[in-house]
Write a protein that binds this ligand. Structure first.
Ligand code: ZN
Length: 493
């Protein structure tokens, strides 16, 4: 029994010791926790102190706007701004900014803002990302909504699309074109994966006009009696192989006049291309005819007296007018059967020969004036100083060479002279002398184009004698018409 009790007691003690040990272990753990908490507290206090120290003794920088900025390629980057202070004092001016953004180059650009104050330096960084977010554009030279395909040949063209990207430029060669049922699909992707898809409806219809070109000039100048045959031509069409060409209009080369020949090409879908050829049939050269021409008017007191003499003697003449003088003298001359030509509005060499544009602008002013008064557009021109003048060289080198061709291209005819009455030479000559200059130069073997000025007093007194002499010596007097052969001098500029 004694032995049994001993063992029992031993076990009891042993279990109590175990309990004590566990208790001691437990106490040790909570002690450690307390130590950790204290450590953490110290750490927090330390950080706070450091923070407070920094706040008090370090300068501060604040960035306006976002610290990460995304800018489009080739877009605008604008600095959002920043503020810096030290103990309540604004020291923004002391901030140094480093780093540059190049929006023309894709990339990441850091911008650093640094301020040093009272021995302390602080920095902040803003990240600027230049990216390509823009989709490429697909453009069509024809209809952007529909792709027309020839109904008969089923032929279609892909080459009217173009792909342009803000970064890659022309990426037309990257476009993938696919037919999807009744739709044509165009897809393209740029270097940065921006993708554009465009679809066009397929329409089986020929909308293009046939192409027609004449093998001869669109404006032809012929003389009475010349032969005329319609121009040969070339014709083609995007779809049709059977293009019909109809040629209409009558040209009568036995009679001076302006005629039209019309060439009309029609494809199978009914698209029409029309070309009008103008054929001018000029009068034959009229040997022994005198064309009295009067420049620079009209003018009251001279033009009206000249008109009286012409009326009395039954002679028609030509007046190359400017923007000066009264309208009713132009109206009277036109109504009495004289021809009205264009001499330019200003007659100022520095204006009319400054450039071709300047010449045609000035010509248009006088052309409008004449059309308004007579109801008819004049195609007759006399260049101030004649086409052989050298004064124009002062204002524009080579301008006469250009103008003499260009006025004809624009449907005008210009008339110089082969007899100078010398009435413009500063009143040097009397009416009799002027008449003699003209009379002594007349010839039955050519056209006699006489230069005179209806603004000159001596001229009005000279023409009666000239007309009387001409009539009694077998000459006839005519006004220039749009079909009178041009009398031209040699161009010197
Ligand atoms: Zn003149």
């Amino acid at each position: 029994m004694g032995k049994k009790n001993l063992l029992k007691n031993y076990c009891k003690i042993s279990s109590q010791r175990k309990k004590l040990n566990a208790l001691q272990k437990k106490r040790l753990t909570s002690f450690q926790i307390r130590r950790i908490i204290i450590c953490v507290l110290f750490l927090i206090i330390g950080i706070c102190l450091l923070f407070a120290y920094k706040i008090v003794f370090f300068p501060r920088i604040r960035l306006e706007g976002s610290s990460v900025v995304v800018v489009d390629y080739k877009g605008n980057y604008k600095e959002a701004g920043y503020l810096s202070s030290y103990q309540g004092k604004n020291i923004t001016n002391s901030v140094k900014v480093k780093g540059k953004v190049n929006t023309k180059k894709i990339g990441v650009y850091p911008i650093t803002y640094t301020v040093s104050y009272q021995g302390h330096t602080v920095s902040k960084t803003r990240i600027v990302k230049v990216v390509d977010n823009k989709k490429p554009k697909i453009e069509f030279s024809t209809n952007k909504n529909a792709l027309y395909i020839c109904p008969n040949t089923k032929k279609y063209l892909f080459d009217d699309y173009r792909a342009i990207d803000n970064y890659d430029g022309d990426i037309t060669n990257l476009v993938v074109v696919k037919k999807k049922g009744s739709v044509m699909r165009y897809e393209v992707k740029d270097t940065y994966g921006n993708r554009t898809v465009v679809e066009r409806k397929i329409v089986y219809k020929d909308t293009e006009n046939p192409k027609l070109t004449l093998n001869s000039s669109q404006t032809l100048m012929l003389m009475v009696g010349d032969e005329f045959s319609p121009s040969t031509y070339q014709v083609s069409d995007n779809c049709s192989t059977d293009v019909k060409v109809k040629v209409t209009g009558v040209v009568d080369t036995s009679k001076a006049g302006e005629y039209q020949k019309i060439y009309e090409a029609t494809d199978e879908a009914g698209n029409v291309t029309k070309i009008v050829q103008t054929v001018v049939v000029m009068e034959p050269v009229k040997k022994g005819v005198i064309y009295l021409t009067f420049d620079d008017g009209p003018r009251s007191g001279t033009t009206d007296i000249i008109l009286n003499v012409l009326k009395e003697k039954g002679v028609k003449a030509t007046f190359f007018v400017t923007s000066g003088g009264p309208d009713d003298l132009i109206k009277r001359a036109y109504d009495e059967g004289h021809s009205i030509g264009l001499h330019t509005a200003s007659h100022d060499y520095s204006i009319v020969y400054a450039s071709a544009d300047s010449y045609f602008n000035d010509l248009q002013i006088v052309s409008d004036r004449v059309e308004k008064i007579t109801g008819e557009k004049s195609t007759l021109i006399r260049f101030p100083g004649g086409s052989s003048n050298t004064i124009s060289r002062r204002y524009s080198s080579g301008i006469m060479s250009y103008l003499t061709k260009e006025v004809v291209n624009r449907g005008y005819r210009y008339y110089d002279w082969n007899i100078d009455s010398r009435d413009a030479e500063g009143g040097k000559f009397s009416a009799d002398e002027i008449a003699n200059f003209v009379i002594n130069s007349l010839s039955h073997d050519r056209v006699n184009m006489v230069l005179m000025h209806d603004i000159k007093v001596a001229t009005k007194d000279a023409i009666g004698r000239i007309i009387d002499y001409g009539k009694s010596h077998g000459y006839t007097f005519e006004a220039i018409t749009p079909f009178t052969d041009m009398v031209i001098q040699r161009v010197n500029n």
